[in-house]
Design a protein around this ligand. Structure first.
Ligand SMILES: Nc1ncnc2c1ncn2[C@@H]1O[C@H](COP(=O)(O)OP(=O)(O)OP(=O)(O)O)[C@@H](O)[C@H]1O
Ligand SMILES: [Mg+2]
Length: 261
């Protein structure tokens, strides 16, 4: 039996079956004593719905974000061979089920993606990167630091106009992050100003499930350059020019020679 305090928009939202499944996913965090109640939907997309929740005091924050993955939506990753390269499923039963696309296989693959995002966030947060602190994960959801306040969640950088003078520093900081991630064997692989949250003058990069390990994934070099190009595209409006090919080449060379970090 689940008990939730929900606002009107969330109530409307819960009329669909998938949303009831979302609430069941969040209930696991409530049962673990990490979350008090669901407050509202921050954003719902094809892959996931992100909720703002009241955190349990033990978390040390007033609010927390829960990203619940949709079983029907995550096919984007599953069908994209690029993101599968270099990844190995060690459990034979799971491997066969994923390949056969059985229901168990889909659930198992979803859990692998959730776990993959949580793993990257944990490693990068620990390394000092500008990512939300990850608190916990289940097979369907990640519990992480909420970026925003009681009135509103942080905006995606894409939808923001920065103050004069802010842009250069922020660009430098994002490039610093990309280098730090690479030094920790991580290429985001879906980086753009849509996946950067900006709050009180600071950036937090989100949405890591498709990250690649550059030691093993052949597409990592190309996607590193694409990430840098996407970031550069946003900053072009401030007259800042990023030589994505040059930056990526330099980073990759230093990565290969073990000169990063
Ligand atoms: N920790 C957070 N704090 C506040 N808002 C968040 C947080 N994480 C995600 N969001 C909001 O939810 C949106 C979707 O999150 P995310 O990009 O991780 O999921 P997604 O399913 O991949 O979405 P999309 O397909 O839109 O990229 C973000 O753009 C942001 O608006
Ligand atoms: Mg996103």
């Amino acid at each position: 039996m689940c008990a939730f305090a929900v606002d009107e928009s969330t109530e409307r939202f819960m009329s669909r079956n998938s949303d009831i499944a979302d609430m069941q996913a969040i209930q696991e965090f409530i049962d673990e004593g990490l979350v008090r109640e669901v407050l509202n939907v921050i954003k719902s997309g094809k892959e996931a719905t992100v909720y703002r929740c009241r955190a349990h005091p033990s978390l040390g924050a007033k609010y927390t974000a829960v990203k619940v993955y949709h079983e029907s939506g995550f096919r984007n990753f599953g069908n994209d061979a690029v993101y599968q390269e270099g990844r190995v499923i060690l459990n034979g039963q799971v491997r066969r089920a994923v390949r056969a696309r059985t229901e168990f296989g889909r659930e198992a693959q979803l859990a692998l993606w959730v776990d993959h995002e949580f793993e990257a966030l944990s490693r990068l947060f620990e390394a000092g990167a500008d990512v939300p602190e990850p608190f916990a994960c289940t097979e369907r959801a990640v519990l992480l630091e909420y970026v925003g306040d009681g009135q509103s969640a942080a905006s995606q950088l894409q939808h923001l106009e920065l103050e004069p003078g802010e842009a250069g520093d922020l660009l430098g900081r994002l490039l610093w992050n990309i280098e730090l991630w690479l030094a920790h064997d991580t290429v985001h692989a879906d980086l753009s100003a849509f996946n950067v949250l900006f709050w009180q003058g600071r950036a937090k990069v989100i949405d890591f499930p498709q990250w690649l390990d550059p030691r093993f994934a052949p597409a990592a070099r190309r996607l590193l350059e694409r990430d840098i190009r996407n970031v550069g595209r946003y900053f072009a409006r401030y007259g800042l020019d990023v030589d994505a090919a040059g930056v990526a080449a330099d980073l990759w060379r230093r990565f290969e020679y073990g000169e990063l970090g």
